[in-house]
Design a protein around this ligand. Sequence first.
Ligand code: PEP
Length: 233
Amino acid sequence: MARVRLVAGNWKMHGSRASVAALLDALVAQNPAGCAVCPPFPYLAQVADRLRGTRIAWGAQNVSEHAQGAYTGEVSAAMLAEFGCRYVIVGHSERRHLYGESDAQVAAKYGAARKAGLTPILCVGETLDERDAGRTEEVVARQLSAVQFTGGVLAYEPVWAIGTGRNATPEQAQAVHAYLRNRVPAETPILYGGSVKPQNAAAIFAMPDVDGGLIGGASLVAKDFLDIVKAAT
Ligand code: PEP
């Protein structure tokens, strides 16, 4: 089966009803295939309504590993699925590092998402210290092997490149993607994430094992996001 190309926008904790409406209007005006947006939870229903009948998919940024119960502040995979959610990001480095999510917790979230019929976007990536110590492959292999990886999208996101303006070179990205490629089912899209901008997207996406991108900051600017989607598809 051919690997699909995908560019997913991670809006993180940004936006308002008005800014979400404006961003979606601009995206829908072009209605590109091969892309998805991941807004904060409160805007999911607004996004679902606006994107219905378009080619643009949507996802969430997080999901509980639990099915239901006394978990204040958490959102289950079944709740997301009920709204028509397609993707959910799991294991983002901000979740791992700011909220202490362990490999085991990420694996449980991945499993919960799959069970509800969602497509998890599993993020893996090394810190700068780990890269400098020559441990990149060991770290991403550990993060990946913690998960029963089937039916998902994989995102390689070097932590030192996220939100820093410092992206991996196309060759650095390709080297890790090629390493990961041998460890996942052949049809798995592997996205690169870390300071992807319209200016560097085409060179990164031209690498043979890079199937698209997970985009943070640039996904909040409609023209930038659309240009990045164009570079991938
Ligand atoms: C991200 O948060 O997944 C990300 C890649 O962010 P940025 O594009 O801003 O580096």
